[in-house]
Design a protein around this ligand. Structure first.
Ligand SMILES: O=C(O)CCC(=O)C(=O)O
Ligand SMILES: [Fe+2]
Length: 382
């Protein structure tokens, strides 16, 4: 069973190395910090609650006392079952949350403070803002995309279109580029949302422009995106390109959410990777694009930690060209719908493959014999 919740006893049977109590997990989840940093507060809260409980149940007769304690004990187990998850993430099955695979930091508190947003973007490698976009506009775009897919027989015929259920074996519908569906008015309302332009104008301190090419994605069952940096696909123009990843629905982690390797854009451990893989251009070099399918390999070789979140329609995640990212695996039977679009300062040059009304796209990549990433890594020594 994957992507679902598990109780402590199930996980304990799997012989896990680390163990956190329910309270420290909740503490971590709530505070976004590691358990050690917030543990003191929770031990304090637990002792306050225990004392209150002790004085409240003392006057009861023994049978009632016992039933109150049994009730609280099962509530604790239930709560724990909710916070404990096993997530399929590329080639791995991982616990979530844990220190190396945890929650994205939300930056709603810094909206309007361009200096702080810039600082976080360069420190963490990303900015995650809840509900930046109008969620009704996002849902409307999602409906249109699903209808477009249904017309092309990409959904099971006997389930409601809005559930987006994938047929056995799947079916690919091309949703990339500049086509009727990507540039439909209500879809563009999201992909080129006024909220996005004003966000980036604030961030850059100047007007922003966006690529004409759009990446709408319907990611099916058991599919995921391997770890990569976008620079290998779109590094010919401004160095300050920002990808924006937009969930087109409420997307739980088990349905395939974007995960960021925190600090991968700047920390020393990634230096050699940036100097080798990061200088590659898939159209010039004809090398595969994903660096690895194994998120743990990235942490062990280079450092950082993986961060993701259950996403809601309207949320916004942005990151730069050198931030390593991947997606968790979609373990549901429905398509995960999302889009990724790009913004950059208007005054800077734009990668010609993605600009204008008729973007060229990848003109050579995968059209000629392709070097595997394994072969390239041997050459790069990473
Ligand atoms: O949605 C995905 O699975 C991949 C998205 C991605 O790589 C990006 O937004 O740059
Ligand atoms: Fe990407």
């Amino acid at each position: 069973m994957t992507g679902t919740t598990r109780s402590r006893s199930v996980v304990a049977k799997r012989g896990r190395r680390r163990y956190y109590s329910a309270t420290s997990r909740i503490a971590k989840g709530l505070s976004g910090r590691r358990s050690g940093e917030s543990g003191g507060f929770y031990i304090y809260m637990k002792s306050v609650c225990s004392q209150t409980l002790f004085f409240s149940i003392t006057p009861l007769d023994p049978i009632h006392r016992l039933s109150v304690v049994a009730c609280l004990f099962s509530l604790e187990l239930l709560y724990e079952a909710e916070v404990w998850m096993i997530v399929d993430f590329g080639a791995r099955r991982m616990e979530f949350p844990e220190p190396d695979f945890s929650y994205l930091r939300e930056s709603n508190d810094a909206l309007g403070d361009a200096g702080e947003l810039r600082r976080r973007l360069s420190q963490d490698g990303y900015l995650f803002v809840r509900s930046l976009l109008n969620s009704q506009a996002v849902q409307k775009a999602r409906h249109l995309i699903l209808e477009y897919m249904a017309e092309r027989e990409a959904l099971v015929p006997n389930a409601p279109v809005l559930e987006g259920v994938m047929p056995k074996g799947g079916k690919t519908v091309n949703l990339l580029g500049n086509r009727a569906i990507t540039h439909q008015k209500s879809v563009l309302r999201v992909l080129e949302a006024p909220e996005l332009f004003s966000f980036f104008e604030g961030l850059y301190g100047e007007r922003s422009s966006t690529f004409g090419y759009k990446w709408l994605r319907a990611v099916g069952n058991e599919q995921f995106t391997g770890a990569h940096c976008d620079v290998v696909y779109m590094g010919r123009g401004s160095e300050r390109v920002n990808t924006v990843w937009i969930p087109l629905d409420d997307i739980p982690i088990a349905k395939g959410t974007l995960a960021i390797c925190e600090g991968s854009n700047r920390i020393d451990g990634f230096h050699k990777l940036r100097e080798t893989y990061g200088r590659m251009d898939v159209d010039r070099d004809n090398v595969e694009g994903w660096f690895s399918n194994d998120p743990v390999e990235i942490l062990e070789k280079f450092g950082g930690r993986w961060l993701t979140a259950d996403m809601r329609a309207g949320d916004f995640l942005t990151f730069g060209l050198y931030t390593m990212h991947a997606s968790t695996t979609n373990t549901t039977s429905a398509y995960r719908l999302s889009c990724d679009v790009r913004f950059q300062p208007e005054s800077e040059p734009m990668d010609e493959r993605w600009s204008g009304d008729k973007p060229l796209g990848h003109y050579a990549w995968m059209k000629e014999p392709t070097v595997t990433l394994e072969q390239a890594r041997v050459r790069w020594g990473v």
